[in-house]
Design a protein around this ligand. Structure first.
Ligand code: BG6
Length: 494
C-alpha cells in the first residue's frame, strides 16, 4: 500500500542524519513503490546549493548507505527529478512564503493533493521557530494533511520537554506530531508484540508466577566518536535510557491492547511507564543504579582512549557512558519481578538483546538440588543479529541422567535473501500513511522524563559515585552485583 501523495520536506538536508538515514530510506521506499506516484522531496538548509549539486550528494549517500543500489535498476533519474533543494533561513517568514510558492508549483506538476510532511532533522531548540514560521509563511494552508516528524532529544528533562512540546503544540495538533524513536522502527522490537500475543505458549507464562527476571542489554563497541559535544550534555541516561531502553521495556511489559490500534497500543504503553517504580531518594538511586564512564582500555589489541580524552569532552567530565539498573513494574502482572537494564559505549560487543529468564522447576524429588539444571530462557535478539531462541533442558545422550541446556533457535538474519527494511524506512512510511503506532506520544514522553529526572537529580548530588571501567569491558563490576544481590547473573550476550 503506497503512502498518499505528499511533499516530503527534509529540514537539515545537508546534515548527517539526512545523508546516512533519510535519503537512503526514501530511496528504498521509492524502489518498493511505497511513495506512490505523486510525491516530491524538498531538501532544505541554509547553505546555497543547486538542485544538481544536491542530487549528486543524495546519489552519493544512497550509494554508500542504501540497501538498494541505484545502478542496479530502478529509475534513479526519475527519483532524482523529484528531489529539489531550497536554501532557507528558517528564522525568516519571507523565506517560508517563497517556499510555499514553489511547493504549490511542485504540487501542481506532480498532482500532489496538498499533503505535506515536515521532517526536522535539526537541533530541537529550532523546532518551535520552524513550526511558527511554517504557519506564518502559509505552509500549513494547503488542503491536505500536515505532519511534523521530529527526533530526540525532546528536551533535557521534564520541564524543558514540556516547554518544547508547548511550542510545537501552538502550531500542530498531537495527532500531527510524529516523534521518532528509531528503536521502535526495528524489526525485532515490532516483533515483540507478535511473539507475545500470537503464541499460546508464551502469554500464559508472561507474568510474575513464571518469570524470574528480565534483562535488557543495549551494548555498543563505539565510543562517542565525533559527537562529544552533544553526548557530554546527554550521557547514557538521556541518550539511550529515556527513550530506547524504556521503549523496549514497555513493549515487553505492556498488557495486550484491546485492538491493534495506535491509540490503544500507546495507552497500554503509557500505563507501563507510569507503573515503573520511581526512585524515592538518592540512596535508592545509589542502591539500584550503576553509573559508569569508560577509561582507557583496549580491544582487539588496540589501545582505546578514555572518555575524558575524547574530542570535545572536558577532561574532568562526569558524564556517564554506562548505565545499569534494577527496575520494577509495580502492577499486578509484574509484582516483584526485577527488570535489569544496561547500556553502554565501549563495551565488548555491539548487541541489543532481551532475555526473559523463567523460574526454576519445583525443587522436587526428580531434580532436586541439581547443579546442571539451568533456567529456561527466551532470548529476543534485536540488533545487529535478529532472531529469537529458547533455551531448554534436555538429557545428554548417554547412560547417565546428565542434563544439558539445548537451544532452539530462529535466526532471522541468517536467512538468505532476507532484506529487512531499515528502521527509518518503516517510520517514514508509517508517518506518510498517518500510522502513529511506533511513534512516541506526548504522555509517554512525559512519563519517561518523570522517571528519569530523579535519577539525574540524585547524580548531581553525588558526583563521586561515577565508577570507571576500562574501554572494551562490561562496565563497572557493580553492574553484576546488582543481579548477584538477587541471586541472578547477566546471561552472556552474543
Ligand atoms: C542513538 C544514540 O539514538 O542510538 C546513539 O543517540 C546510539 O548514541 C544509537 O549509538 C544506537 O542505535 P543502533 O540502532 O545502532 O543500536
Amino acid at each position: 500500500l503506497a503512502a498518499e501523495g505528499a511533499v516530503y520536506f527534509i529540514f537539515g538536508a545537508t546534515g548527517d542524519l539526512a545523508r546516512r538515514k533519510l535519503f537512503p530510506a526514501l530511496y528504498s521506499l521509492y524502489r518498493e513503490g511505497k511513495l506512490g506516484r505523486s510525491f516530491a522531496i524538498v531538501g532544505l538548509a541554509r547553505r546555497p546549493r543547486t538542485d544538481e549539486q544536491f542530487r549528486d550528494d543524495v546519489l552519493e549517500s544512497i550509494r554508500e548507505f542504501c540497501r538498494y543500489k541505484p545502478e542496479e535498476g530502478g529509475d534513479w533519474r526519475e527519483f532524482a527529478s523529484r528531489f529539489s533543494y531550497h536554501s532557507l533561513d528558517i528564522g525568516n517568514v519571507e523565506g517560508m512564503r517563497r517556499l510555499n510558492e514553489s511547493t504549490l508549483e511542485l504540487e501542481k506538476r506532480y498532482e500532489i493533493p496538498g499533503n505535506r510532511l515536515f521532517y526536522l532533522a535539526l537541533a530541537p531548540d529550532l523546532f518551535g521557530t520552524v513550526s511558527r514560521n511554517l504557519r506564518d509563511g502559509g505552509m500549513l494552508e494547503s488542503k491536505g494533511w500536515h505532519r511534523l516528524v521530529i527526533e530526540k532529544p525532546f528536551g533535557y528533562d521534564y520541564p524543558s520537554a514540556e516547554r518544547l512540546n508547548e511550542e510545537i503544540r501552538q502550531v500542530f495538533r498531537e495527532d500531527e506530531v510524529f516523534r521518532i524513536d528509531h528503536y521502535l522502527g526495528k524489526e525485532m522490537v515490532q516483533n515483540i508484540e507478535v511473539i507475545r500475543f500470537a503464541n499460546q505458549f508464551f502469554e500464559p507464562l508472561w507474568n510474575s508466577n513464571h518469570i524470574a527476571n528480565v534483562q535488557i542489554t543495549l551494548a555498543e563497541t563505539v565510543g562517542v566518536e565525533e559527537r562529544g559535544a552533544y553526548y557530554n550534555k546527554s550521557g547514557a541516561l538521556r541518550d539511550m535510557v529515556q527513550n530506547h531502553m524504556l521503549q523496549m521495556l514497555t513493549m515487553i511489559a505492556m498488557e495486550p491492547p484491546s485492538r491493534l490500534d495506535p491509540e490503544d497500543i500507546r495507552d497500554e504503553k503509557v500505563k507501563v511507564l507510569r507503573s515503573i517504580r520511581r526512585f524515592a531518594s538518592a540512596e535508592d538511586v545509589s542502591r539500584r543504579v550503576v553509573r559508569g564512564q569508560y577509561a582507557e582500555g583496549s580491544a582487539k589489541g588496540k589501545t582505546l582512549p578514555g572518555y575524558r580524552q575524547e574530542e570535545s569532552v572536558p577532561p574532568d567530565s562526569t558524564t556517564e557512558t554506562f548505565f545499569a539498573a534494577r527496575l520494577f513494574v509495580d502492577n499486578f502482572r509484574w509484582a516483584g519481578v526485577p527488570f535489569y537494564v544496561r547500556t553502554g559505549k565501549r563495551l565488548p560487543v555491539k548487541s541489543t538483546e532481551i532475555v526473559i529468564e523463567f523460574k526454576n522447576v519445583p525443587n522436587n524429588v526428580l531434580f532436586a538440588r541439581r547443579q546442571d539444571l539451568q533456567p529456561n530462557l527466551l532470548v529476543i535478539r534485536v540488533n545487529p543479529m535478529e532472531g529469537i531462541y529458547i533455551k531448554t533442558n534436555a538429557k545428554k545422550p548417554g547412560n547417565d541422567m546428565t542434563i544439558q541446556p539445548v537451544v532452539m533457535e530462529f535466526c532471522q538474519s541468517c536467512l538468505v535473501g532476507i532484506n529487512t527494511p531499515e528502521a527509518y524506512e518503516r517510520l517514514i512510511y508509517d508517518a506518510g500513511r498517518g500510522d502513529s503506532t511506533y511513534f512516541t506520544r506526548w504522555d509517554e514522553l512525559a512519563a519517561a522524563w518523570q522517571f528519569v529526572d530523579p535519577i539525574a537529580a540524585a547524580w548531581r548530588d553525588r558526583p563521586d559515585e561515577l565508577a570507571f571501567y576500562p574501554a572494551g569491558t562490561w562496565g563497572p563490576e557493580r553492574a553484576s552485583g546488582l543481579l548477584a544481590e538477587d541471586g541472578f547473573r547477566w546471561w552472556p550476550v552474543n
